[in-house]
Design a protein around this ligand. Structure first.
Ligand code: GLY
Length: 379
């Protein structure tokens, strides 16, 4: 066959193939969806809105979710994430984060990093600029500084006050509230903090802050933000970032930086993440379990509830012991279906708020939706 014949053939084939290509490209992709934990001060709603704005502008899904959670990391009012996060028992803020980039199937994480406001960005750099997956403690900070991150004081006056209030209501005289034989649920500290005394000691503090400090001294919170995104090309990414359990033993790392625990995503299936008591999540490899449940055909709602049932099973479904635990899972499937689920219908503290999560879709905007739940609290 001559050269000319070949090119004629290509033109003819090309013309014949055109309608086929049009048909393929006309096939609708999944809807773009971003989900996250709810977080206070509209943290989740703002996070999802930011990530969606970037996705609509054509950004990579990981850049989008990291920019979303950066809003919460940099907001000192959210005392469970980033700057202003509640410190460990030594009064030092230690942060954890992990990221998963679906298309490249790459991951990065940092644990117990100090002095950097946006650990999610450092986790992303670990993924991009090293052949490691996780850096912790002093090594993570050294790496972040080498990457150009600025070391800063993360302890705000408000979180320092809360730490001082916890110190005076702690469980034992050596200053610990986390030591004990095989603790599998948060201990109840003696209720010794007194609002009137605290008002005299911290005249600058609002009653609201002092009451929150007392509450957090008795019920150390876990907070955290998890965010998962899907774009119209079907690409997915996810991030989790946290200051972890308040008043933790220095060096304690929860589920958030553990890929498979506080975060997991498989580009072929979907993504999942968690907020709440990391120790209980780690015992069921929660995020990985949720994604594998979806791979085996469960809808996101069933998948997250099944993971919570596994947590309840670890307590022989003893509701009294489970009552001390707050734990939530979030799942986004590759086709855009999503769910948020909570162990309990309401928080154990936070004025017993109804369990919710945030979601942003291209048609419905960014909003909070009620999570499904395993158990209802009696009051
Ligand atoms: N889920 C956050 C933590 O337990 O550290």
């Amino acid at each position: 066959m001559s050269k000319i014949n070949w090119s004629r053939r290509s033109v003819m084939l090309g013309a014949a193939a055109l309608p086929m290509i049009r048909m393929v490209s006309a096939k609708p992709g999944p809807p773009a969806v971003v989900i996250s934990s709810a977080n206070r001060f509209d943290g989740g709603v703002n996070c999802c809105a930011k990530a969606m704005e970037l996705i609509k502008a054509g950004a990579d899904t990981l850049d989008a979710v990291v920019a979303g959670v950066n809003i919460v990391e940099l907001d000192p009012r959210d005392s469970s994430v980033g700057y202003g996060g509640l410190p460990n028992e030594d009064g030092v803020v230690q942060l954890d984060s992990s990221v998963v980039h679906g298309p490249s199937r790459r991951m990065g994480a940092v644990g117990a990093i100090e002095g950097i406001k946006t650990p999610s960005k450092v986790a992303k750099r670990v993924m991009e600029d090293t052949d490691h997956m996780m850096l912790v403690g002093a090594g993570a900070l050294k790496f972040a500084k080498a990457e150009g991150f600025q070391e800063e004081n993360l302890l705000t006056e408000e979180s320092r006050l809360q730490w001082l209030v916890w110190k005076r209501s702690q469980r034992d005289r050596d200053g610990h509230s986390n030591w004990g034989p095989g603790l599998d649920a948060p201990p109840e500290p003696p209720k010794t903090a007194n609002l009137e005394e605290l008002k005299r000691e911290f005249p600058w503090a609002s009653d609201e802050l002092l009451l929150e400090a007392i509450q957090n001294a008795y019920h150390p919170p876990h907070g955290t933000i998890n965010c998962i995104a899907l774009n119209e090309k079907g690409e997915m990414s996810a991030v989790t970032t946290t200051s972890g359990l308040a008043w933790k033993i220095s060096g304690r790392v929860g589920d958030s930086p553990i890929v498979g625990g506080g975060l997991w995503l498989d580009q072929d299936v979907g993504g999942a993440g968690s907020t709440g008591r990391g120790e209980e999540n780690l015992r069921v490899c929660g995020a990985h379990t949720v994604v594998e449940n979806m791979r085996r055909g469960m809808a996101p709602k069933e998948a997250v509830l099944d993971a919570l049932e596994r947590v309840a099973r670890n307590f022989n479904q003893d509701r009294k012991r489970l009552e001390a635990i707050d734990l939530k899972f979030y799942a986004l499937r590759k086709d855009g279906e999503y769910a948020g689920a909570s162990l309990w219908n309401k928080s154990s503290v936070e004025a017993r708020q109804v369990a919710q999560f945030a979601v942003c879709t291209t048609d419905g905007g960014s909003r909070q939706e009620n999570a499904v739940f395993l158990y209802a609290r009696s009051s």
